[in-house]
Design a binder for this molecule. Structure first.
Ligand code: PMP
Ligand code: GLN
Length: 389
């Protein structure tokens, strides 16, 4: 393993999914739904197989999908991006993120981001030769309310070497939705230090109750410095399709396109018209998936609470975070997750893996559970957790 990738062995998702299979446990670790996507989307993919769509699509993505992405972004409050120069189709959000980091960072450039952080950011920054400067999000002291950050800590993380802010909202794993006021604080810092912004918004539609997703790209002044990333995986329950996209000003998208040419060149043809059809579904589809997941959130949050695990109810995403200390006296979330198949027949993800090793103490006692599971599986998981030994 190269020096750039030291410390990034096997991802926790692979390890915990393998543990779930090996022990016959219910997998509430890796975030993927166990129910299918909308039939009209699946049908387009089926019909495309065996046609010219099976051969290399155009490098930036098929024009129909780029147009659908641009329309969809604008319909849900984003900018009007030019489908030809300001939209790029990628192999999932993961390639969009890695491509942007590889295309835009110089070795030694620093990237400010919030932790816990999705695991591909630190690895992507490291592969690009950059340095991650994580700023902690802290859970609400009383157990209810949003996770918050300290603007002074954020400011202190910015140095003359800082090149970029990576912002994930709605946020995995905490379920936090950054407010307009918080985006304003971030935007002021970005403008002051002339940073670029890489905005990961893959959970843009999985938002509950009164919370509202807003893109940092829409804060005045930020369009020209921001790349917005999203993905079909979460919105259409097709995490295995690996179709994502990135939108932004032409010079930045052009840079990412250059990197993408040599990462994957193109990505899966038959899924592209299908995702285009999905992005054109009526508003009610997008409201419906959020309503459905909100119900599942409530089932899991109640179950975790009844099992004696204090939980912060998420405003978005399909993850809930618990504090394991009442049932794991040493407060070790990794040990808790390794033993949970035995204790309850359930698998979760220790949140500590989303922290910089130097800040492990902040997340040591936290564990993430996914609730994007059908009624029977979620109901069984909750019962098992209730019988935890
Ligand atoms: N960003 C976040 C915050 C995620 O949770 C995920 C996970 N699935 C991704 C990016 C990766 O998305 P994709 O599967 O489209 O590559
Ligand atoms: N985004 C999903 C999660 O956070 C899946 C991640 C993965 O498998 N790399 O669980």
């Amino acid at each position: 393993l190269s020096s750039r990738l030291q410390g990034f062995g096997t991802t926790i998702f692979a390890e915990m999914s393998a543990l779930a299979v090996a022990t016959g446990s219910i997998n509430l670790g890796q975030g993927f739904p166990d129910y299918p996507g909308p039939p009209e989307v699946l049908e387009v993919a089926r019909a495309a197989i065996g046609t010219a769509a099976d051969q290399y699509p155009p490098g930036p993505g098929i024009p129909e999908l780029r147009a659908a992405v641009a329309e969809h972004v604008q319909r849900f409050g984003g900018h009007a991006y030019d489908p030809d120069t300001e939209v790029l189709v990628t192999a999932g959000a993961t390639e969009a993120l890695a491509g942007a980091l590889l295309a835009l960072l110089e070795p030694g450039d620093e990237v400010v981001l919030f932790e816990p952080m999705y695991d591909s950011y630190a690895a992507g920054i490291a592969m690009a030769g950059g340095v991650a400067r994580p700023v902690p999000l802290r859970p609400p002291a009383s157990g209810a309310g949003p996770w918050t950050f300290d603007p002074a800590e954020l400011r202190a993380a910015v140095t003359p070497r800082t090149r970029m802010l990576v912002l994930n909202t709605p946020h995995n794993p905490t379920g936090k939705v950054f407010t307009r006021a918080e985006l304003g604080v971030l935007a002021a810092l970005v403008m002051e230090h002339e940073l670029l912004v890489l905005a990961d918004e893959v959970y843009e539609h999985l938002v509950f109750g009164g919370a509202r997703h807003a893109s940092i790209a829409t804060v005045p002044g930020l369009r020209e410095r921001t790349l917005v990333v999203s993905s079909a995986g979460k919105t259409f329950n097709v995490t295995g399709w690996k179709v994502g996209w990135i939108c932004g000003p032409a010079p930045l998208v052009s840079a990412v396109r250059t990197a993408k040419q040599f990462l994957t060149y193109v990505n899966a043809g038959p899924f592209q018209p299908a995702v285009a059809a999905g992005l054109r579904l009526p508003d009610e589809y997008f409201a419906g998936i959020a309503r459905d997941l909100e119900y599942r959130r409530d089932v899991l949050v109640r179950g975790l609470t009844d099992a004696g695990l204090p939980v912060v109810s998420p405003e978005a995403t399909y993850f809930a975070t618990v504090d394991v200390r009442p049932v794991q006296p040493d407060g070790d979330g990794v040990a808790f997750c390794r033993a949970l198949p035995e204790r309850a027949g359930v698998v979760g993800i220790p949140t500590v893996v989303f922290y910089d090793p130097a800040h492990a103490h902040l997340g040591r006692h936290l564990v993430r559970f996914a609730f994007c599971k059908g009624d029977a599986v979620l109901g069984e998981a909750v019962q098992r957790l209730g019988r935890m030994t």
